[in-house]
Design a binder for this molecule. Structure first.
Ligand SMILES: O=P([O-])([O-])O[C@@H]1[C@@H](O)[C@H](O)[C@@H](O)[C@H](O)[C@@H]1O
Ligand SMILES: [Mg+2]
Length: 279
């Protein structure tokens, strides 16, 4: 049987690199900053423009109405992002927008593709590092065509954990996030890191640079591509309460193995985040 998703996969790699080039060029010009859900949830004309270019290129290649789209910048205007069984592209055109605005060089184009609500492939292009991470379901994970695998560390005391503070500035939420980070540090772990982009954080798990990345408050477009890359690199994906990973839940735990995941989960104080699909 013809491999019907190879063509969209190859195209996702191609268009991610084109998008990354546009982002690099835009970073050399003055960046006009707007805000979305709050004063620190930033968006720029580049976010919107790159998403339009990616979706336009996909429609031109595969047909105007062949596929569905969930994109970070168009989602806001459409209300809840409902994932159906139809072939769906899940796109974050500029993951790490705050980094892009500040010139902090971790900005990723994240493109995932799901069919029957199953993620088929994920592509994450870290455009200032010029590193392209990719994975197709059942076919392994790669960084610039070199196979990548999660680390084999099982001892939490020898681990590095990634998490992010996100954009929620509610004092109770910030207090919980900081308390969780403190509990993890005091295990102790070797360190806590964060690149400022969920997609890149997940690629750090996938290539064995860190042992776990979790966050409450991310969106489906932040983590869909990274989820395939982590899984295909031999990692685990869970809810932050240890249950099954739920792409639309706005919370996620990714780790090199279940032992590390469960140990970090013990320290996470969960706070509510409205689901992407509004359910
Ligand atoms: O908004 P964006 O740069 O595409 O996505 C970012 C996420 O990748 C990151 O994990 C989160 O901590 C940030 O608050 C922001 O949401
Ligand atoms: Mg994002």
């Amino acid at each position: 049987m013809a491999d019907e998703w190879q063509d969209p996969y190859d195209f996702a790699v191609e268009v991610a690199k084109i998008a990354g080039k546009i982002i690099r060029r835009a970073a050399e010009e003055e960046i006009k900053v707007n805000t979305k859900s709050c004063t620190v949830d930033l968006v720029t004309a580049t976010d919107v423009r790159v998403e339009k270019i990616i979706i336009g290129a996909i429609k031109e290649k595969f047909g105007e109405d062949t596929h569905c789209f969930i994109g970070e910048e168009s989602a806001a205007a459409k209300g809840p992002s409902v994932l159906t069984d139809k072939p769906t592209w899940i796109i974050d055109p500029v993951d790490g927008t705050t980094n892009f605005v500040h010139g902090f060089p971790f900005v990723a184009v994240s493109i995932a593709f799901a069919v029957n609500k199953e993620l088929e492939f994920g592509v994450v292009y870290s455009c200032f590092e010029d590193k392209l991470y990719k994975a197709r379901k059942g076919k392994g994970a790669y960084c610039d065509d070199e196979k990548i695998e999660v680390s084999d560390i099982k001892d939490i005391h020898k681990s590095v954990v990634i998490s992010e503070f996100g954009t929620n500035r509610n004092v109770d939420v910030v207090t919980e996030i900081c308390a969780t980070m403190k509990r993890i540090l005091l295990i102790p772990v070797h360190g806590i890191r964060g690149t400022g982009t969920a997609a890149t954080n997940m690629c750090m798990v996938a290539c064995g640079a860190v042992e776990a990345f979790f966050e409450i408050g991310i969106h489906c477009w932040d983590v869909a591509a990274g989820a395939v890359i982590v899984q295909e690199a031999g990692g685990v994906l869970l809810d932050v309460d240890g249950g099954p990973f739920d792409l639309m839940s706005r919370r996620m735990m990714s780790a090199n193995n279940r032992t590390i995941a469960d140990r970090v989960i013990k320290e996470i104080k969960i706070f509510p985040a409205e689901r992407d699909d509004g359910k």
